[in-house]
Design a protein around this ligand. Structure first.
Ligand code: ADP
Length: 725
């Protein structure tokens, strides 16, 4: 099995480091590159090199690896290494603040290696690793092989630093001399350092995650000569991998995700990518056929595999897998190049992840904003709309096109909605106050008409992260339903108390009268009849209130049978005609002979017709004819349900209803209030009960009327079909 890290010194890595050290880049860039290159053979979180300008180890300078944690180092290992002049290892605890502000504590080890040459300590290299990954003697051996190169470069760097301290800036730009040896290495192997700096440039423009990861993959493939590859994003919360880009595979060769999912995801328990994601360590399989662990997992054509994590703060955030169809393609040198790609990707990836996190947060906020039932609108300091939610448009009855760019809340709202404002001055005062006192909160209750709406507006200043006022947020709540419910409650209370008191007073009065003295049988009968009528009125009222409550609560029970309307109507009109309220009226029925039977609740139809006939008599104080027409309706109104229906109409010659009121008479508690109706008692519940009962049986109601001529109230009922008969 040939996986890295290997335990023997890696000559290609040492050679690459020597090349990098000899390049003409600034000293700290060269040291950073060495740290990158060493990742091919060492597993460490971050590293640093400390060196001195003076022989007595004062005037200290430190260079950190480019993936350094933001947490600070302590100098205990450095001091111990200086003192002992031998490799030293010390455990430490490090607190890292995560993106969500949580603090995670890591147990680490600092491995210190002296850069010792000719009995002088030129510097100290330190690597922070996990406790189980302290540098082995072999790994230390690889680093020791670099020591002479490092010592030479430190000497040049510290002398140069001393000289440049003494000269002005222009002279410090003059290229410095290097040792003869270093020049030789530099001319032979210039490419790696150049490649890394080119990669940094490539990854420099800020890219979102879904563009950056494919770019990293394509550079990985390009620099290693791999035949195919994938790059996955590591979702640590769900312990899943998400495929971000694939190159050179057929669909069947890709890792198997959860079926039917839009995004290609799988558990990190599976496959090489999962293993690398969990361990955050690179993996190289030079010859898959010789490696039972991985051979079965892959397609037979893949012979070598290189899996590289891109780690941030010791955590693999992405994994790049490179495949080759030839065994031994991935030499140490190639693996080093791939690690270089991953290292160069660290900072751009950190940036992309931060951007992604911000994007997620703003998406979540947008969802909240858009799904709020209250209208929300953000405006800038000049009153221009920056953003609004769908409820804002819906509440004001505006369209998206009307609230386009540049929409000004004061002027444009006023001009668009002016006819609907009851009090436009209150609204413009509200807006003016906000302009004058931008730091204050304001609220306003606003009434609109056509249709009637009760709105409450609450306006608060919005601020940026430096507490500067940026504009305002308006929260608009449509209170129409609540206000309507309040109105109904108070109307109900006043109606019930009034309508109950009238018959009750009469019952009590007559009962008291009858008890107080003896009456002739004739008078007694008259008084008892009055008392009886009042009790009957009371009963009707109580029944109406109960029916109304059942219809409102949707608990009214309807039992429908096939029934003939003609028989029931003739029966009912005969009965009603005998009642005193119809003394001045004549009830006629006009029932078409071919009227089919209907599917309806007989008792409820009686109730509906009694109500309409009683209204017809009540609202024709001068008497007249009341006619009941019944026939099958051949020409159904447009908004009527389809099918066969019978229509029942009750016409009178009474006071009629004005067009304004006609639209509202079916509403609960609605009573026309004028001189004609003042003396006529009622609750305003009857017609709303009629409407509820008819609709529960599948029919519809409507009314036509001419003031002082009369009214016609109609309702329909479905014809009994063969099935219901
Ligand atoms: P009420 O108990 O007031 O009669 P309804 O709900 O039955 O309540 O009727 C609502 C209103 O409709 C009445 O107050 C009345 O103004 C009007 N109305 C109902 N029927 C007629 C009619 N046949 N002619 C004129 N107005 C009517």
């Amino acid at each position: 099995m040939t996986t890295i890290p290997l335990s023997q010194p890696h000559l290609p890595v040492i050679a690459a480091c020597a090349k990098a050290l000899a390049s003409d880049q600034p000293f700290h860039t060269r040291i950073e590159q060495v740290f990158v290159l060493l990742r091919a053979i060492l597993t460490y979180h971050d590293a640093r090199l400390t060196y001195w300008r003076s022989n007595n180890h004062t005037d200290q300078i430190t260079i950190y690896s480019s993936s350094a944690w933001s947490t600070s180092w302590d100098d205990a290992t450095l001091q111990a290494t200086l003192l002992t002049q031998h490799p030293t290892t010390k455990p430490i605890t490090v607190d890292i603040t995560q993106s969500n502000e949580d603090i995670t504590t890591y147990q680490l080890v600092v491995n210190g290696i002296p850069v010792k040459w000719n009995d002088h300590i030129w510097g100290v290299l330190e690597f922070r690793t996990n406790p189980e990954e302290t540098l082995s003697p072999h790994e230390q051996g690889t680093i020791v092989a670099l020591i002479p190169f490092l010592a030479a470069e430190i000497e040049i760097a510290s002398t140069r630093q001393q000289t440049t301290d003494l000269v002005d800036e222009t002279t410090s730009l003059v290229p410095t001399t290097t040792t003869q040896d270093a020049i030789v290495i530099a001319t032979a192997t210039h490419d790696l350092a150049q490649l890394l700096s080119r990669l940094r440039q490539d990854f420099d423009p800020p890219l979102p995650l879904h563009s950056l990861l494919p770019l990293i993959l394509s550079r990985g493939i390009e620099y290693t000569g791999a035949d195919a590859g994938i790059i996955v994003y590591v979702d640590h919360d769900r312990q899943e991998l998400e495929l971000m880009s694939a190159h050179g595979y057929t669909v069947a060769m890709l890792p198997q995700g959860n079926g039917g999912q839009k995004r290609h995801r799988w558990s990190w328990e599976n496959g090489i990518a999962g293993k690398v994601a969990r361990n955050a360590r690179p993996l190289l399989v030079r010859e898959i056929t010789q490696d039972v662990d991985y051979f079965l997992e892959d397609k037979p054509e893949v012979r070598a595999k290189l899996a590289i994590p891109i780690t941030i703060d010791g955590r693999a955030e992405a994994v790049m897998i490179l495949d080759s169809l030839r065994a031994d393609t991935f030499s140490d040198h190639v693996a080093t190049l791939a690690l270089g790609v991953a290292e160069a990707a660290v900072q751009p990836l950190r940036r992309a992840l931060r951007y992604q996190e911000l994007l997620e947060r703003s998406t979540q906020l947008s969802q909240v904003f858009n799904s709020m039932p209250s209208g929300l609108v953000l405006i800038d300091r000049h009153g221009q709309v920056l953003r609004h939610n769908p409820a804002f448009l819906q509440i004001w009855g505006l369209t998206q096109a009307q609230v386009g760019p540049g929409f000004r809340i004061t002027f444009d709202m006023l001009s668009l909605l002016l006819p609907r404002f009851h009090d436009s001055a209150a609204f413009s005062d509200f807006c003016t106050n906000m302009q004058a006192k931008p730091e204050q909160e304001f609220s306003l209750n606003l009434k609109l008409r056509n249709p009637h709406q009760d709105l409450s507006i609450f306006s608060v200043p919005t601020r940026d992260s430096t507490e500067q006022i940026t504009g305002r947020l308006w929260v608009i709540h449509d209170m129409t339903r609540e206000k309507e419910a309040d109105r109904l409650k108070s109307e109900f209370t006043s109606m019930v108390s009034h309508e109950l008191r009238t018959p009750l007073t009469s019952i009590l009065g007559y009962a008291e009268l009858l008890l107080s003295r003896e009456f002739s049988p004739e008078d007694q009968k008259t008084h008892i009849r009055t008392l009886y009528n009042s009790a009957e009125n009371l009963q009707t009222l109580v029944n109406d209130v109960l029916d109304f409550a059942r219809i409102e609560a949707n608990t009214m029970r309807i039992t429908r049978w096939t029934m003939s309307l003609s028989e029931m109507t003739n029966d009912l009109t005969r009965q009603l005609q005998r009642q005193p309220v119809f003394d001045n009226h004549t009830i006629k029925s006009d029932i078409a002979a071919d009227t089919p039977p209907v599917h309806a609740d007989k008792e409820r139809i009686r109730q509906i017709m009694t109500n309409l006939l009683t209204n017809a008599a009540k609202y024709s104080p001068n008497g007249g004819t009341i006619t009941v027409h019944i026939h099958e309706l051949t020409d159904l109104p447009d908004d009527h349900p389809r099918g066969r229906f019978v229509v029942v109409s009750v016409s009178d010659e009474g006071i009629g209803i004005s067009p304004d009121n006609l639209a509202r008479i079916w509403d609960r508690f609605m009573r026309v209030d004028n001189s004609n109706t003042k003396s006529i008692g009622g609750t305003g519940l009857g017609l709303s009960i009629v409407k509820g009962l008819v609709e529960l049986q599948g029919g519809r109601v409507w009314a036509e009327s001419v003031v002082n001529k009369g009214s016609t109230f109609s309702f329909t009922l479905p014809v009994a079909s063969d099935l219901t008969r």
